[in-house]
Design a protein around this ligand. Structure first.
Ligand SMILES: Cc1cc2nc3c(=O)[nH]c(=O)nc-3n(C[C@H](O)[C@H](O)[C@H](O)COP(=O)(O)OP(=O)(O)OC[C@H]3O[C@@H](n4cnc5c(N)ncnc54)[C@H](O)[C@@H]3O)c2cc1C
Length: 531
């Protein structure tokens, strides 16, 4: 009986033991799973595989939150969003208009830009859009022409420039970025940056239904293009508009040199032609200054018919005149702006919002893509973008490391535009002719400058050497075989004119950053240790 009476006591003891064992087992299992989960998250972050973003704009660091916001899905924004997404970052892209753009910009990608597109894994965005291969330029001046090929030897058959409808290319890039689960593309116009104590925390934006929202992320990339409304806080926008491009599409026009961009050194300024599909040729007529003749009252058509058409190669004239008759004449200001960032924690400018050059040499997309490759490589070692201050400090290196490539392409564009414009100054006329003749010589005299222009070998020193070689060649043409005091005087003015063209551009770009970037301390910034 005693044992029977003792039974409840033993049962109580066993019950307590069972509870304690259950608690200990639960704690151990919980700890092991938590450790596994944490490790897994770390590995996932390192491998760049993250959960798909469901909604826009969670708080950074929270599950389902964003790593970055990209404002604008043009060339820069789309390529950047894809790159960040591929590296496992959760990205919200806000684009004010997700329908296919119809613009006269960004239609010729230089071979250097094409190489960057390959590096970013975006090559297939040029497939299925009837993009055309471009292997060099043809120059026309005073009834003569010269072909200048890209120095593509050793690069493989696929490498060349590409020309296309900008809108088709952009749409492909947006689609490609949108295929990544980490990237969410949303239509919305960004109204402003959200700032807290000097740190950009995200953006305010309006969706097409008129509602205003806020999205937050540790890093906001502002890629809202040449008319950027947001850049004022992030850089010193010293914008200049030296000229405008007037654009027409010539249909069923056979260019004198297939697979070449054509540059006509016309009066008062150059005309560009290149294929944008198998049946269409883009013609961009430069009009110096900020005002173009009115398109609506017919002044523009008259200007194109009477001033421009007579200067075009014979073979192009008929389709040019037909394009004028058809209408659809568009114009776009050609803006230049050196990169003068105001480093701001939590935000970074990219693309045309950050830096612009004259579009004569078609370098904008090449610079934007080259910047994205550099930035991608700099951001890759970072686990997250949370420490805005340290990240901002680290990204100072980006501004320095991009300089040699970006500044070379920018300087060449600005200098070549000035040289290619007709001038009442006899010395500058000589410089223009010297440039045409120099490029016509062939060999290193054409491959050197074209390697710079195409982004294949954008080295600042090579740029300066070729620029002054053209000037010296111009002086030589003047003085040989019969120098005279008058010719010596023109020669001296030519050298002075050349210096006046190139040195202010180089000064605006930053001499030390351009030529000696590794003498700038910022070049050596390393990733923040905590990141
Ligand atoms: C006439 C002309 C011809 C050119 N030709 C060439 C060429 O042949 N080759 C070349 O390499 N470069 C060329 N360029 C330069 C080239 O077009 C630019 O360098 C390039 O388009 C820059 O890309 P981006 O992404 O910075 O800007 P964009 O391509 O302009 O994209 C900006 C995007 O931001 C969006 N956006 C703007 N504001 C907001 C907002 N508030 N909220 C949300 N979204 C917003 C816009 O809708 C747009 O989609 C040319 C430029 C001009 C002016």
């Amino acid at each position: 009986m005693g044992e029977v009476e003792g039974c409840p006591f033993h049962e109580l003891e066993w019950a307590q033991i069972r509870v304690w064992v259950a608690v200990v087992v639960a704690v151990v299992i919980g700890a092991v799973s938590a450790l596994g989960f944490w490790k897994g998250m770390q590995t996932k972050e390192r491998k760049g595989k993250r959960a798909p973003v469901v909604g826009g704009g969670g708080e950074s660091g929270e599950v389902g939150g964003l790593d970055a916001i990209v404002v604008g899905a043009g060339v820069a924004g789309s390529a950047l969003a894809y790159t960040l997404g591929k590296d496992g970052r959760r990205v919200l892209v806000l684009e004010r208009d997700l329908s296919e753009p119809d613009r006269i910009v960004g239609e010729l990608l230089q071979p250097g830009g094409y190489l960057k597109l390959l590096e970013l894994g975006l090559k297939d965005c040029l497939e299925g859009i009837d993009a055309q291969r471009v292997v060099g330029y043809a120059l026309f001046k005073g009834g003569k022409d010269a072909k200048v090929g890209y120095p593509l030897e050793g690069y493989g058959d696929d490498i060349a420039g590409r020309s296309f409808h900008n809108g088709r290319f952009i749409q492909k890039m947006r689609e490609k970025a949108g295929t990544l689960p980490q990237v969410k593309l949303e239509q919305g116009t960004v109204l402003g940056l959200v700032e807290e104590e000097g740190v950009v925390k995200g953006v305010r934006y309006r969706t097409p239904d008129g509602e205003e929202h806020e999205a937050k992320a540790p890093l906001t990339f502002v890629c809202d293009g040449c008319f950027s409304n947001l850049r004022r806080k992030l850089c010193e926008p010293k914008v200049d508009v030296p000229s405008c491009f007037v654009g027409l599409v010539l249909e069923n026009c056979e260019l004198p040199h297939t697979s070449h961009g054509h540059v006509v050194l016309a009066d008062p300024s150059p005309i560009l032609l290149y294929p944008i599909s198998s049946t269409e040729v883009r013609c961009l007529v430069d009009v110096p200054g900020q005002k173009v003749p009115s398109i609506t009252n017919g002044d523009m058509a008259k200007h194109l018919r009477t001033v421009v058409a007579p200067q075009l190669p014979e073979q192009i004239k008929a389709s040019f005149l037909a394009a004028i008759e058809k209408g659809n004449i568009r114009s776009m200001p050609n803006r230049t702006m050196p990169a003068l960032p105001k480093p701001t924690p939590g935000a970074l400018l990219m693309g045309d919002a950050f830096n612009m050059r004259h579009p004569l040499t078609g370098g904008g997309m090449t610079v934007a893509l080259s910047d994205i490759v550099l930035l991608r490589d700099m951001l890759r070692p970072l686990r997250n973008f949370h420490d805005a201050e340290s990240l901002c400090d680290y990204l100072q290196a980006f501004y320095t490391r991009r300089k040699p490539v970006a500044a070379t392409i920018n300087t060449l564009a600005g200098a070549l535009y000035k040289v290619f414009c007709d001038s009442p100054d006899l010395a500058m006329k000589e410089m223009r002719q010297a440039c045409f003749d120099y490029l016509s010589i062939g060999g290193v005299f054409s491959s050197g400058p074209v390697a710079l222009l195409s982004g294949l070998n954008p080295r600042p020193l090579s740029l300066v050497v070729h620029f002054f070689a053209v000037a010296v060649y111009g002086v030589g043409r003047l003085l040989i075989p019969f120098p005279s005091p008058g010719k010596i005087w023109i020669g001296a003015r030519l050298i002075r004119g050349a210096s006046n063209i190139i040195f202010p551009i180089i000064k605006a770009e930053g001499v030390r950053q351009m030529f000696f970037p590794n003498m700038v301390p910022a070049y050596y910034k390393t990733p923040p240790p905590e990141a």
